[in-house]
Design a protein around this ligand. Sequence first.
Ligand code: HEM
Length: 410
Amino acid sequence: MSRRGFLGGLGLAGAGVAAGAAAGCSDSEATTGGAPPAAAAVSFHGDHQAGIGTPAQDRLAFAAFDLTTSSRTDLVDLLHTWTAAAVAMTAGQQVPGSSTDAQAPPADTGEAVGLPASALTVTVGFGPTMFDHRFGLGARKPAALTGLPALPGDQLDPTRCGGDLGVQACANDPQVAFHVIRNLSRLASGTASMRWSQLGFGRTSTTSRSQATPRNLMGFKDGTRNIRGEDTAAMNSHVWVGRDSDQSWLRGGSYLVTRRIRMQIEAWDRDYLADQENVFGRKKGDGAPLTGRAETDVPDLAAKDSAGEPVIPVDAHIRLASRETNGGLQILRRGYSYTDGTDPATGDLDAGLFFIAYQKDPASQFVALQRRLGVHDALNEYISHTGSAVFACPPGVRDKNDFWGRSLFA
Ligand code: HEM
């Protein structure tokens, strides 16, 4: 039953419904050129999971789960159930099952009833710990799927790290994204429990040529030199796991790294503009590199000023993170701003970037970059990494007979 149909049936159709209907919710709209309509449905099925190379939406609800069972059958059943629920929610429908039986809890929790699909994508990943002794998956653990090593700049809170399963729900409506995490958690009852979760409220990257560059909480344009999903060559080189993987079940998938990066917002807001621009190596107003005039100008890392000093400082974020100074290394960034209120100890805002990156090999991509940034980046004065996780995201679910991770359990 569609979420709108259910509302109509109850005689509850209201403004939200009308807005959803006006916006339209068809797959075809999501695949037309230009920016996809904010309310449209994104196709769930495909070679790759949606939520990686598809345009980043405005809102995030992320959760990591620990499996509380040691039964492989329970795990496979959970992935079947989650897949069916995600298929329905992505299409703007309710979680399958009866939500009208007066003698049973509704199958769907109901808070997204009347809301359109909102470009929802649900992306699942498997943490390194899922491959321990419990489920007989040791021989299928990819060599590249190890817990992240200790990294410079780590101030990790163990309650915000790790997990057997990770779920990234992104949508243009926060309630639609939250609804996914709540319902998947409910469906996992007795099999998995939520370990940590994070809400994000503004995308901090551009993952499609159809998108304008957003700003992060430091007020800078973010995502300018990110990989675009339409760039098939870059996606194949840097994001999708290919034939070179030691585990064929993961081909067409990707590795997801999450980092909760808290910003010292109050200190940043006291810093003067020229220093803020030197920290990134870009201008705050239009996002142009310090050596250029337009946002898309390629940074000239060799340029010197009249005193012979590099125009883009040696410790500028974009110099240290650039492909030019890292042997061509790139990652797909897909993070969100977050705030979790204030720090009770200091009264400071607990806010920052929930960094999300996709890549084909965490060790030679995210870890290599963070080893360098964590030591030399001028940004370190204003940030600390407080949460961390890594997941292997299986390839896409091909059709209605398929489910998340089928190739792993085959
Ligand atoms: C709070 C933390 C961070 C903030 C606010 C931030 C912000 C930015 C900004 C404003 C840019 C320039 C615009 C762009 O090309 O997107 C940028 C570029 C970039 N950042 Fe970050 N970033 C953060 C953390 C990280 C981390 C942890 C990594 C990876 C370990 C990273 C990797 C990159 C890369 C690869 C680029 C593109 C560099 C280039 O090719 O020019 N960033 N970031």
